[in-house]
Design a protein around this ligand. Sequence first.
Ligand SMILES: Nc1ncnc2c1ncn2[C@@H]1O[C@H](COP(=O)(O)OP(=O)(O)OP(=O)(O)O)[C@@H](O)[C@H]1O
Length: 780
Amino acid sequence: MTTDATPSTAAPAEADRERETAAEQTAVAARYARLDDLRRRTADELAAVHRSESTGTHQNRSERDAFAALHEARLAQLQAVEDRLVFGRLDMGDGETRYVGRLGLADEAQDRLLVDWRAPASEPFYQATAARPAGVARRRHLSLRGRDVATLEDDVLDAEGVEARGLTALGGEGALMAALGAQRTGRMGDIVATIQAEQDAVIRADAKGVLVVQGGPGTGKTAVALHRAAYLLYAHRDRLARSGVLVVGPSPVFLRYIEQVLPSLGENGVLTSTAGRLFPGVDARATDRPAVARLKGDERWLAVLPRAVAARQRVPAGPQRLDVEGTTVTLQPRVVARARDRARAGGEPHNDARAGFVKELLLHLADAVGRAQGNKLEAEDRPAVVADLRASRDVRVTLNLAWMPMSPQKLLGDLLTRPHRLLEASEGIFTDAERALLARSVDAPWTVDDVPLLDEAAELLGDDAHGDAARSARASEKAREEALAYAQDVIESGAGTTAVEGYVASAEDLAERNVDGGGPSLTVAERAAGDRTWVFGHVVVDEAQELSPLMWRLLVRRCPSRSMTVVGDLAQTRSAAGASAWGEALDPFAEGRWRLEELTVNYRTPRQVMDAAAAVLAVTGAPGRTPDSVREGEGPPVLTELPAPGAAREALLRDVVVDEAARARGGRLAVLVPPARVQEVAAALVGRVTGPDGAPLTVSTGATALEDPVVVMAVADSKGLEFDSVVLVEPAELLDGPEGEDPRAGAHDLYVAMTRPTQRLHVLASPDLDPALARALVGG
Ligand SMILES: Nc1ncnc2c1ncn2[C@@H]1O[C@H](COP(=O)(O)OP(=O)(O)OP(=O)(O)O)[C@@H](O)[C@H]1O
């Protein structure tokens, strides 16, 4: 009976699947055909704009540039959605069918072909459950290979609805599990097809205020933050296309790791930056030692920096005799003091207030020149005398010494390299020991922790030459509005519109590009990157637990509306200046305006590896809540003893890497090491490892080679990244970091390292490993 029954049930299921797959193939092909059609039309529009390039007035040319840039951006967007254009289908109980994909598409008759994953109509694709079907009878996940339908998988949310509509339901492996089990490419991919309900709620949360997303390793914080940026750009395009969105990540490697996600979601205009690049003109990569970092992030600087500025507004000790084209005049200290007090009282920043100070003294000196020459100065003679005064070296030097124009770099550089300057500004605020910590050599590079100090200094100093340039690069609000009105006219007249959602709203984009008139057509992100005073519509901060109080102040200046998404994990705080509680970090600037959402499921690290990471957290005295892993792995981490330094140790290292690379079957392997061992481990591996097929295995160091099969990197650099397998070398050394290191940093580095793999973790340690730590490392 059973043997007879099996084929009779299997065969129809197979037939159903074939029939459904063929039908979906037709539907998918129609949507790609429409995409191709739109690409062609946009390319034609672009070509037409280019053809008309060489003629016309200056105004016409700049409009054309703006249109060309807009079409180019549109074309790039249409190209970017090629991969997995369609990934979902909703069959509603009321008979409606919707396809869900990367962007919204309509046919010539304006009938909807594809719903953008961010549109309200797509919400049930992520949120509906059998308990709350939200009108959905059947939810279908489509996975594509190229443009072909590879698998189909259904969730029946309303059995009666499915039956009433005569729908078929196909089972499958689970779209999420299939996505999670896939090999890593070295670059983060988007998760649009499998966003989970708790993640979707965060992605679509209201844009107002600060949304804090706390979650353990692998809970999708980064993925969610990026999808939220794309969602907000969609939902508030008119506002955000103009003001821009800033995404701040922990390192340049991390930015490279995530750089494809937003474009693959059709969003090219987001500015991504590390904290070290948030001050235009500075690209700080180095970090300070923990104690220095903590001090540099300290709010006492808010008292020190104004004193440092005030010290650059000086009254000379005695009368100054000045030569002006052969006439000698005397400048009395009380006159300088009076001009200084008035200039200060205006409340303007130092460089801006200087103009008033200089003007008052020049007028005073002009009268003095007149008197010295024995006649009262007439109003019409004044300009000539003032010109003489400006040309006088004595006058220039004296006024500069009294009120020196100053760049933030000069002000802060002097404080860090000239002990008397720091003492003058911080006496009674910092201790001698603290001042000693801050001292650095003249040629030392800017550090990430200097960036917020530079920004505070810039606020106090006001515009210098750089600021002026940035300011003039930005058109006035009026010009902006005129450009917007013009762009709306153009777009309403029908030029350049295509049947893609969001295109019409690009008036803001067009206006932004056009606002500079004849200048180069810059995107919002490009303009914002060079302008310290740019105000963003939304800011996303990843690994936000690392930011110091002063860095938070900088970010609030970039986004005074405080429309922010802040993601992080307090258990992964590394920086000594970072936060140990969200309220501590956020209350100073957003009390009552921030809310917390938690992500609780780890989609990356297998359960056994996560259990070991949790055990290690407990042993190292830094316990924290760890998320539940959604996947079982092959087993707990493997611990192998490392021989003493020498040939045997190197050979073992190579053997383990070859073995793990073979197990990763073409996936990515990271060898994560304490910072002091990068050289040693790289020397043992680079150019000296052969793959299982006998061919050399490319091993790279540092962060430049995310896509290479094996990469050796310091643990701290692996923050936010993930690999198929991880070989972790000498974990105990992470715990006893350099002197003065915050003990938290080492424990958290170890936790970060252990939670990077998606498949396997192999630990290599010297035999003197503490037994409790050894047990914890293998999950015991
Ligand atoms: N809904 C999902 N569908 C498919 N993959 C997912 C989903 N959510 C998360 N992932 C995957 O899980 C992995 C971890 O995500 P992500 O890097 O965003 O986590 P995180 O919380 O930022 O981690 P960490 O703090 O450890 O760096 C990524 O590969 C991501 O693509």
